[in-house]
Design a protein. Structure first.
Lengths: 245, 322
């Protein structure tokens, strides 16, 4: 079984998000980058499914050389080899096209991503890769089991879940529940330095979206504190002042 | 050109988030001086389809092929893209629901369209076509210009609201060729908790954190939520400890929500949690620590012990409801 896991290089979850250049660029100064947490879940499940000589896990990232430490982290967690498509990731459409171009003749049985990257939150790449490769895509999955050529998947729906099966090649985006994120051990960290990391060129593609500006949420007014012994007055305020109940 | 909106049904019914998407798509159609067509896939009665007219759809395409009765991502995307082409629709709108998140990117690739997902406002069509969408897990918004001729927009629940716009909707049967390879996924089971409000599109949410001390103490949270008609949610440490299911985890690595009211009980308000809830319209924080960072972004706050405050709220709510 050959599994391809797509990983994003994203700001650490504790990052305070600010912008520069008249709010047109994300301020990267002082930002720590990590493997996107959902992609770690996908990677961890891929490793579990291939453990004990049952297959191999390749990670792919679309980005510039600055992403290599994040890719090495994925190798330390347990991926066998890595590919970096050498280009600044313009948008999900661009990234998905690069991944599809790389994967189309490599015969991966399964491609996994995280449910979304925690920077642009698109949850677009998996389904776009699926469309470019003309294979099924299942978004926001909570469980993944593989038996021979058939995978059984649970995906989240509003107020519940759906259980489905898929045979043959597919791509899925993973959410919490698919696996516990693995933490690299010392041996993994050492071996990651020498595992293959291949750099390939990007293909040209038309532009379909462009972020022109960022905004931060408007600050809220100061909190109206209600003394604990007047708790019941909150209900009245929510009804007549805030008008939400 | 025209605007096409995909209306997702669950068990033959449309939810509020669908009527929101139709209202939003109608407003875009008005911006573009064109008409709005809706497309429904699956078993939906004509009387329910007619409801879409209330929010401005002048035509409803009804797809009821047997093989499309339950959701198949790939096939649904093919049918919606085929409808867009047939209708000459250059803008496709859908809800940013779990299924919508799977469909929108496939439709975008088929139509070579730019996709704005998580849209929170009407597009700015002043010369360009730009959509404000959530980014950095609720810590920011990105104004995204769709530079392609075709455009796909996935609207966040509770972002636009439902706006009535009475139109007589003409219902037409629609069929499109579905390739066998588009039917690769087979649904075995659908489990829906019918007695609970679904969290992603809930208008009211009651959420609790580690301050509750253990899963056995969630009875009062569920009672409060039940009285309000609210969905229940939790913080990451709570779902990590398996006190509550992962599907209730809101925050940066859980789901992002924007209800009208978010009540946070015993949650300190770490930056990762705030990211997922900061676009809630009204935030109430109940915490015994007056220094909890959550109070800085709250509209109403009670400094007190959840085990004393919540039962009082339940009593007050019962009295309020009479």
């Amino acid at each position: 079984m050959k599994i391809l896991v797509c990983i994003s290089n994203v700001p650490d979850t504790t990052t305070k998000i600010t912008f520069t250049n008249d709010n047109t660029e994300f301020n990267t100064s002082g930002v720590q980058y990590i493997v996107n947490p959902y992609d770690e879940i996908a990677l961890s499940r891929a490793i579990e499914l291939t453990e004990g000589g049952k297959g191999t896990v390749t990670v792919i990232n679309v980005g510039e050389a600055g992403n290599d430490p994040t890719i090495r982290k994925a190798l330390a967690i347990g991926a066998d080899d890595a590919v970096r498509v050498n280009a600044a990731p313009r948008d999900a459409y661009f990234v998905a096209k690069q991944i599809a171009e790389y994967a189309k003749d490599k015969d991966f049985n399964i491609i996994l991503t995280g449910r979304e990257s925690i920077d642009y939150n698109g949850n677009q790449v998996a389904a776009m890769v699926g469309e470019f490769l003309d294979i099924p895509s299942i978004s926001i999955i909570k469980k993944l089991d593989v038996d021979g050529d058939t995978a059984t998947i649970e995906r989240e729906i509003e107020g519940g879940k759906e259980v489905l099966t898929v045979s043959g090649k597919f791509i899925a985006s993973c959410a919490e529940g698919v696996a516990e994120p693995k933490i690299p051990n010392m041996r993994g960290i050492m071996s990651a330095r020498t595992k293959p990391l291949v750099v390939v060129d990007a293909v040209a593609i038309e532009e379909v979206t462009k972020v022109t500006k960022y905004e931060t949420p408007a600050p809220r007014g100061t909190v109206k504190l209600i003394p604990a012994d007047q708790t019941e007055s909150l209900i009245g305020l929510l009804h007549s002042e805030a008008k939400v109940i | 050109m025209s605007v096409l909106v995909y209306v997702e049904q669950a068990e033959g019914k449309f939810k509020k988030s669908v009527f929101e998407a139709v209202s939003y798509a109608k407003a875009i159609a008005d911006q573009q001086s064109t008409n709005l067509t809706a497309i429904s896939i699956g078993d939906v009665a004509d009387s329910e389809l007619k409801e879409l007219g209330k929010y401005g759809a002048s035509k409803v395409l009804n797809v009821s092929a047997d093989q499309l009765k339950t959701f198949v991502n790939q096939a649904y995307a093919s049918v919606i893209a085929a409808a867009a082409e047939k209708e000459g629709a250059d803008i496709v709108v859908l809800s940013n629901s779990f299924s919508g998140k799977g469909l929108a990117p496939r439709i975008a690739v088929k139509l070579k369209a730019g996709l704005a997902d998580g849209a929170v406002e009407l597009p700015n069509t002043d010369g360009k076509f730009s959509v404000k969408k959530t980014a950095f897990s609720g810590k920011a918004f990105a104004i995204t210009e769709l530079t392609s001729a075709n455009k796909v927009i996935a609207l966040n629940p509770n972002a636009f609201g439902v706006k009535e716009n009475a139109t007589d909707a003409a219902i037409e049967a629609f069929t499109a060729d579905v390739k066998q390879s588009d039917l690769g996924t087979v649904i075995k089971e659908i489990v829906r908790a019918t007695d609970k409000v679904s969290l992603p599109d809930a208008e009211l949410v009651v959420s609790a954190g580690r301050g509750l001390k253990g899963p056995e103490n969630w009875g009062m949270i569920e009672e409060l939520a039940g009285l309000l008609g609210a969905a229940t949610a939790c913080s990451k440490p709570v779902s990590d400890a398996d006190w509550r299911p992962h599907s209730e985890h809101v925050g940066q690595t859980g789901i992002a929500i924007s209800p009208n009211l978010y009540i946070a009980i015993g949650i300190s308000g770490a930056i990762q949690h705030l990211a997922g809830v900061s676009s809630s319209k009204v935030i109430v924080v109940i915490n015994k620590d007056p220094e909890a960072p959550f109070f800085k972004v709250a509209d109403y706050g009670i400094v007190g012990d959840a085990f004393e405050v919540v039962p009082k709220l339940i009593e007050a709510l019962k009295a309020h409801k009479g």
